[in-house]
Design a protein. Structure first.
Length: 224
């Protein structure tokens, strides 16, 4: 490997996203190889034909640029880790609070469950299907077909009127206009933040309904 190719390799690796540790290690290794080659070149150069001054200055200039790039990447890694830690500390403050976010899993507690759904426009017919943790349909209900947000309250009974056990259930909404075309719907659930976990992408909230979500997905925060 000659000096020119080593420099090109170092510059390429140094410009890689700072979050990639393997690329950073490769850049450092190539950087050290460059130093070794440059030292050897100076040590064994022909006294009657010394290294071209222009080429030497160019190599030193690239050497300085690569050194700065590696240091900058190291600082960016530190900043990113610091921001991640700050984000997690902010999310910790949500533990014990109820949050609202898009989803279809709701927790039935003490025979009661509430969620919000939204229809993009007025529908001719609209309904919801409720399933248990095993995917079995336990209840079907007609819902308000008007456009906008609506609150749905479920008393925890199945289609036969029997009380169901507390736990997590999923809701599937469906709506259609007078022509039978599907009307877009979105459901929002409310759940309690039970803990905060760290991931490779930052932190995420673990909710009482089993969902895991980044705090950026939270639509609203309710009192504890």
């Amino acid at each position: 490997m000659d000096i020119a190719s080593t420099l090109n390799s170092v510059v390429s690796n140094s410009n890689t996203t700072s979050g990639t540790s393997d690329a950073a290690s490769k850049a450092t290794a190539d950087y050290n190889s460059f130093l070794t080659l440059l030292t050897a070149q100076l040590k064994f150069q022909d006294p009657l034909s010394p290294l071209d001054a222009t080429q030497f200055v160019s190599q030193l200039s690239q050497f300085s640029s690569v050194e700065q790039a590696i240091v900058a990447n190291q600082k960016l890694d530190t900043i990113i880790k610091s921001l991640g830690a700050n984000s997690m500390m902010a999310d910790v403050g949500l533990i014990g609070h109820k949050v609202e976010l898009a989803g279809n899993a709701v927790e039935l507690k003490d025979g009661n469950a509430n969620l919000t759904y939204s229809l993009a426009k007025d529908a001719e017919q609209a309904g919801v299907v409720i399933r248990d943790a095993n995917g079995n349909i336990v209840r079907t209900m007609a819902i308000d077909p008007r456009a906008g947000d609506h609150t749905l309250t479920w008393d925890g009974t199945d289609d036969s009127g029997s009380d169901l056990d507390d736990g997590v259930y999923t809701f599937t909404f469906g709506a259609a206009d007078a022509d039978g075309k599907v009307v877009a719907s979105t459901s929002y659930v409310t759940a309690t933040v039970s803990r905060v976990e760290t991931t490779t992408d930052g932190s995420e909230l673990v909710l009482s309904n089993g969902m895991k979500t980044p705090s950026s997905a939270v639509r609203g925060i309710l009192s504890a």
